[in-house]
Design a protein around this ligand. Structure first.
Ligand SMILES: [Cu+2]
Length: 362
C-alpha cells in the first residue's frame, strides 16, 4: 500500500514538472509570436495590450485542467487495487475457439464472454472425474456424439440415440458447473459462478450449419481452477430467478431498464431427454421473432435444433448454463426497453414452463 502511494505521488510530481515545462514553453512561444509583426497584425485586435496576460492565464488554466484529467485517468489504470476489484476473466471467440487464460483462481469468478464470430455460442464449464483429460474426451466422447448426431441428421434417430450408449461409464460423473447462456454474434455476456479447484473442460456444443458440434471444431478447452482463491465475492441480485424441473422458470417479471444483475437458483437439476440439464438463456425479441421456432430450436438432439443460424429476430444476451441442484449463478446485462424471453436449452421448453417472456418498458 505504502509503495502504491509513493508511486502515485512520484508520478504526480513528474506530471507537475512536465506541466511547468509545457507552460514555460507556451509563454516563450507566445512571446515570440508577439514579436512577429505579421502574426501580431492579425491577432492584435484580440490581444489589446494589457489583456495579453489574462489570455495567458486562461490558457494556463485550460492546460492544467486538461492535464489533471489525464493524470486521474492514468491513476485509475495503474492502481492495482482498482484492478483487483474488477477481476474479470475475459473470453473471446473469433473462430471456433476460446481465447482465455489456461488457469484461473477458485472461488467466485466473473467471466466476460465476447462473441466476435458470426455464429451463436455459449460456454459451459464441465468438471471432469479424477484423471480424465481433454485427450480422453477427444478419443472416447466426441466421436460418440459426432457419430450419433450424424445418424440423427440422416433421419436414423433410433440408431443415433443408441450410439450414445457407447459413451464411457465415467462420462456420467462429469458435472456441469455453470457457464454463460447463448450469446449472439457481436454480443457480450457477463456471468459469475463459484468454482472449486480442479480440472475442467470449457465447451460449446452449438452446431455448425452442417450439423457438426462446435466442440468438435475446437470449442473444447482445458481449464485449471487453482487452489488460489479469487478476491471476488458473491454478487447481489436485482432480479431473482428460480428454476426447477417441477415449476420451470419462476421470477418477478416487473423488470426495469438499465444495468441488471440476475441470480439463477437451481432448486433442482435433472437430466433431460437430450442428456443435459436445464439452464437460463436471456434473449431480446424483435417484432418478427417466432417463439414457436425458438421453442423448437432449443434441442441439440433435433437435426434442426441448436444449429446455425439461430432463429430470426432473437438476440441471445447470455445467462447461466447448467448447474447442480442447490447452486446459484449470476448474469449481468444492460436492458433497453423491449420484449425479452428467458428460456432453457432443453427439448420443448414451453411444455416445461421454461419459456417465459417479459417486457421492459420505457
Ligand atoms: Cu459455439
Amino acid at each position: 500500500m505504502g509503495v502504491v502511494i509513493f508511486k502515485l505521488n512520484w508520478k504526480n510530481t513528474l506530471n507537475a514538472i512536465f506541466l511547468m515545462a509545457h507552460f514555460f514553453w507556451l509563454m516563450e512561444h507566445l512571446t515570440k509570436l508577439s514579436q512577429n509583426p505579421i502574426i501580431m497584425k492579425s491577432t492584435k485586435p484580440y490581444l489589446p495590450g494589457t489583456k495579453q496576460n489574462s489570455l495567458m492565464l486562461l490558457i494556463l488554466i485550460a492546460f492544467v485542467g486538461l492535464h489533471s484529467c489525464k493524470s486521474d485517468k492514468d491513476r485509475e489504470v495503474d492502481d492495482p487495487i482498482q484492478l483487483q476489484k474488477d477481476n474479470v476473466i475475459q473470453i473471446v471467440t473469433e473462430n471456433m475457439d476460446f481465447q482465455m487464460p489456461d488457469t484461473i483462481p477458485s472461488g467466485w469468478n466473473t467471466f466476460r464472454y465476447k462473441n466476435m464470430s458470426p455464429q451463436t455460442h455459449f460456454f459451459l464449464v464441465d468438471k471432469y472425474p479424477q484423471g480424465k483429460t481433454l485427450e480422453d474426451v477427444k478419443t472416447l466422447v466426441m466421436p460418440v456424439f459426432d457419430n450419433g448426431m450424424k445418424l440423427i441428421n440422416e433421419g436414423k434417430s433410433e440408431e443415433g440415440f443408441a450410439e450414445f450408449g457407447k459413451l464411457p461409464e465415467w462420462f456420467s460423473e462429469v458435472v456441469f458447473v455453470g457457464g454463460s447462456g447463448l450469446i449472439s454474434p457481436g454480443n457480450v455476456g457477463k456471468t459469475t459462478i463459484k468454482l472449486d479447484p480442479g480440472y475442467y473442460i470449457i465447451e460449446c456444443y452449438v452446431k455448425m450449419s452442417n450439423g457438426v458440434f462446435h466442440s468438435s471444431m475446437g470449442m473444447a478447452k482445458e481449464l485449471i481452477v487453482s487452489d488460489d482463491v479469487s478476491d471476488d465475492s458473491e454478487p447481489s441480485a436485482d432480479i431473482k430467478i428460480n428454476i426447477s424441473s417441477t415449476e420451470g422458470i419462476v421470477f418477478n417479471d416487473s423488470i426495469q431498464r438499465g444495468l441488471q444483475t440476475f441470480s439463477v437458483f437451481y432448486e433442482d437439476q435433472i437430466t433431460h431427454e437430450n442428456f443435459v440439464g436445464h439452464d437460463i438463456n436471456l434473449a431480446r425479441l424483435s417484432e418478427n421473432a417466432d417463439l414457436e421456432a425458438l421453442d423448437n430450436w432449443m434441442n441439440w438432439s433435433d437435426p434442426k435444433g441448436l444449429i446455425d443460424p439461430a432463429p430470426e429476430g432473437v438476440t441471445f444476451l447470455g445467462g447461466v448454463n447448467d448447474m447442480p441442484t442447490g447452486s446459484t449463478g449470476y448474469f449481468t446485462v444492460t436492458l433497453e426497453p423491449g420484449n425479452y424471453v428467458l428460456i432453457s436449452e432443453v427439448p420443448n421448453p414451453s411444455s416445461k414452463n421454461m419459456l417465459k417472456t417479459f417486457t421492459v418498458s420505457e
